[in-house]
Design a protein around this ligand. Structure first.
Ligand code: BEZ
Length: 257
């Protein structure tokens, strides 16, 4: 998956049913955003629109964008009073600029990070703010390590080397923002072990939802073997009291244009 395809191939129903933790944690980030009536706000990578609708409830005018037509279709049906558009994180453009750009759990999909930062800069008003949270350095490292080691063991070195995600350190990302002209007023890199919804197949479900690109060209039977192997390898570290956890590390940033 690349920049141009954030959320593109996702199953919007599976996303809402089994991976709702993605946007539920984002409610906390809306509190950081502090949207106000009269403001114009962009929700970058809005998925099925849950957080966009919470921002809209503040009285702000909000636009949600996502590269997935399926996500945007579902968002429009669920929240008909809110504006949603299919647009890419690296190429979006609006005539009327924003007081704030908000993005939760999206920017780790955007490997063309400088393009996304430039786009955010150009679409913000002067003194406008960015409120971002996404996977930082060492995010889901145990899952990724187990998955890559299983792919290698089965002879899929090319698959294991696919650069699917961008998990920067705090200094790398804030440096890129400063280079483009932002003033970073807050940045934190913290652990957030996250309980997965399915008690039996939590890790397998997570990989099937987010990591299918690693399985390009691999037979389904072998994929299932790899999934089983990865989940078993993670029992000692990611399974506690009958629940599966993903070892998330979040990067949260506020910056001003
Ligand atoms: C995350 O939210 O950190 C994440 C989600 C899907 C794939 C990779 C990371």
């Amino acid at each position: 998956m690349n920049t141009a395809s954030v959320h593109t191939n996702w199953n919007a129903h599976l996303y809402d049913d089994k991976h709702s933790f993605v946007f539920k944690y984002g409610e906390d980030l809306v509190d950081v955003l502090k949207p106000m009536a009269g403001e114009r706000i962009l929700d970058l990578g809005c998925g099925t629109g849950y957080l966009t609708s919470i921002i809209a409830a503040s009285g702000a005018t909000v636009v949600g964008i996502d590269n997935s037509l399926e996500m945007i279709t579902k968002a429009k049906a669920a929240y008909p009073a809110v504006e949603f558009k299919v647009q890419s994180a690296t190429e979006f453009y609006f005539d009327e600029h924003f007081n704030a750009i908000f993005s939760n759990a999206v920017l780790h999909w955007v490997t063309e990070k400088e393009k996304a930062i430039d786009c955010m800069y150009r679409n913000l008003k002067k003194s406008g703010r960015l409120v971002l949270e996404f996977g930082g350095k060492q995010n889901v490292e145990r899952i990724v390590t187990a998955l890559k080691s299983s792919l290698l063991k089965h002879g899929f070195a090319e698959n294991a080397a696919i650069p699917l995600w961008y998990f920067p350190s705090l200094s790398e990302y804030t440096g890129l923002l400063e280079k483009r002209g932002f003033r970073v007023t807050y940045a934190a890199h913290f652990n957030r072990d996250t309980q997965l919804n399915d008690t039996e197949n939590g890790i397998k479900d997570w990989i099937k939802m987010f990591g299918t690109a690693f399985f390009k060209g691999i037979d389904e039977a072998v994929v299932n073997e790899i999934l089983e192997e990865v989940q078993q390898a993670l029992v000692p570290t990611n399974y506690r009291n009958g629940q599966w956890f993903a070892d998330y590390k979040r990067l949260r940033v506020i910056a001003i244009k």
